[in-house]
Design a protein around this ligand. Structure first.
Ligand code: NAP
Length: 517
């Protein structure tokens, strides 16, 4: 294989162009015609149906069925793990160059389906066009980036020789990886975890989130088009508590790659520590979890830029991003003006159906709507409501972009992940206090600081403790390669998806020392 050219991020689709808009409308029409399609489990390359099915629904139109999925049980979990184990025996020996070449073909296959994949997300998870398009672009980036990364790790490295010996350091795959993914990036996140595992020579069983399972199948389609052998990627769907847990605790699963909530992540971390009979290893776990990310606005901040960043990161995809800026921490001279500007901008955000490309869409499902509205009630007691504060319209799970101001730093809405369009503004006494407040939650995923004062920026660079810190830039929209992604503390294991160490999570080092004769 020729060495691939340098990695570049996939450009985003330009929906200001009339042609691209027409193509997107066409893609939406064609996906709409497919809604209600059935997605059988994918085990060892075969479509497997079970007796029980469930549906994923359109959050913008709560009565519209998007897809019919099959509920896997322990038998299907076993079958999927067995299929992955069998495939591992050959896939592990496929040269890295061939795996990388296959990934470049898979990236191309995704590129060809670009707007079609985005359209599925508009319907299944309520992303507007730009959000859905960025999700596909990120999945393409993961395929391209990890294809190049494995070529870096593949050659065995010579070690300083002991007398009379030759030693080498190799990276080898682990085995079967369970990939358990959330609904909020239904293509990019399962793709990121599964592709990293597969390109490293492992085989995988993916358990996508139930609310977004149909979209996740697009990864399998692209990889199959690219020539991935059967059994290397298996997909099983069904309730997390049943099928996810059975998969994660399976004794033949070598590693769990999880992205999702703190509650489920910590639970799986505990379960993974057990060594049931038949399991001959300590399970490796990466668990990337939630956030309560702060945007600091300093007295010297460029206010217009700060407010634009807060609106984008607080309300983009309705605040349903782990990286969402859900706290605004401002110092005294900036505070009043900033909160007024945010409230005014939040009130102006139009809320409506995602396929129609409203700037703000629905939250994912009825349970999420309930939970966010409960937090809004908590917020009314803990702060002062400045915008939103209830449902925005009927027909789907629409919540008005909401701003609470004068929120104490230890309030529940300032400490707990709400995962909806709710921003809490917290006044700080000075920059020291702002940094202290920003660092005062159990999470540590992303953060932003807006300031033109180089001394304060330097302090934030050193003292603001989160996995992804952005200076004078919004805290969402991490790019593969430029912004390796992952957080501290209860935000997870900081595995840094899309970064130069990520594949190491899916590899184990091995040393071979050969004595001369
Ligand atoms: P979730 O409820 O934790 O679900 C994540 C996955 O785990 C789903 O596939 C779910 O299946 C499964 N699951 C649920 N209970 C399980 C159990 N007992 N055993 C095994 N698997 C189980 O999270 P979510 O609501 O989908 O996603 C939102 C969360 O993800 C937020 O907290 C967000 O911050 C976080 N997130 C973090 C990152 C990051 O990189 N740090 C990125 C994106 C999202 P079901 O769908 O069938 O329940």
């Amino acid at each position: 294989m020729m060495r691939p050219a340098e990695f570049h991020n996939e450009p985003l689709s330009d929906f200001t162009s009339g042609t691209v808009r027409q193509e997107m409308e066409q893609a939406l029409r064609s996906v709409e015609a497919e809604l209600g399609r059935e997605f059988p489990l994918l085990i060892g390359g075969r479509a497997v149906r079970t007796e029980q099915t469930f549906r994923s629904m359109n959050p913008s139109r709560a009565d519209q069925v998007v897809a019919v999925l099959h509920q896997a049980g322990p038998r299907e979990v076993d079958a999927a793990v067995e299929a992955a184990l069998r495939a591992f025996e050959s896939w592990r020996w496929v040269p890295a160059e061939e795996r990388a070449a296959l990934f470049l073909r898979a990236a191309h296959a995704l590129r060809r389906r670009r707007l079609h994949a985005a359209a599925w997300m508009c319907y299944e998870v309520g992303k507007n066009w730009a959000e859905a398009d960025a999700d596909v672009a990120e999945a393409i980036d993961f395929a391209e980036y990890y294809a190049r990364e494995i070529l870096r790790y593949a050659p065995a490295r010579p070690l300083p020789p002991a007398p009379g010996e030759m030693s080498e350091y190799q990276y080898i795959p682990l085995g079967v990886v369970a990939v358990i993914s959330p609904w909020n990036f239904p293509l990019a996140i399962p793709a990121g975890m599964a592709l990293a595992a597969i390109v490293s020579g492992n085989t995988v069983v993916v358990k996508p989130a139930s609310d977004s399972a149909a979209t996740t199948y697009l990864i399998a389609e692209a990889l199959t088009d690219a020539g991935l052998p059967p059994g290397v990627l298996n997909v099983i769907t069904g309730s997390g508590a049943v099928v996810g847990e059975a998969l994660a605790t399976h004794p033949k699963v070598r590693m769990i790659a999880f992205t999702g909530s703190r509650e489920v992540g910590t639970h799986l971390f505990e379960l993974a520590a057990r060594t049931p009979p038949g399991q001959i290893w300590l399970k490796r776990v990466i668990a990337e979890m939630g956030g309560k990310n702060a945007v600091i606005v300093d007295d010297e901040a460029p206010l217009d830029e700060a407010v634009a960043g807060i609106i984008a990161s607080g309300y983009g995809y309705q605040g349903q991003k782990c990286s969402a800026g859900s706290r605004v921490v401002a110092t005294p001279r900036a505070y009043g003006e900033v909160v007024e500007m945010i409230a005014e901008r939040a009130r102006r955000l139009e809320v409506g159906p995602a396929p129609e490309n409203f700037p703000a869409g629905p939250v994912i499902n009825a349970a999420a709507e309930r939970k966010v509205l409960e937090y809004v009630e908590v917020g009314r007691r803990e702060g002062r409501l400045a915008a939103g504060g209830g449902r925005a319209r009927e027909g789907g799970y629409y919540i008005a972009p909401t701003v609470f101001v004068d929120v104490p730093p230890d309030a529940r809405i300032a400490q707990e992940e709400i995962f909806g369009p709710v921003v809490a503004a917290i006044p700080a006494r000075d920059f020291d206090d702002a940094l202290r407040i920003a660092n005062s939650t159990a999470f540590g995923l992303t953060g932003s600081v807006y300031s033109l004062d180089p001394v304060k920026l330097a302090r934030a660079r050193r003292e603001f403790m989160c996995g992804n810190l952005y200076l004078n830039r919004k805290c969402t929209g991490a790019l593969v390669g430029s912004h390796p992604f992952g957080g501290f503390n209860m935000s997870g294991t900081d595995s840094k998806a899309g970064g130069p160490d990520y594949l190491l999570n899916f590899l184990q080092p091995r040393v071979v020392s050969h004595k001369y004769r």
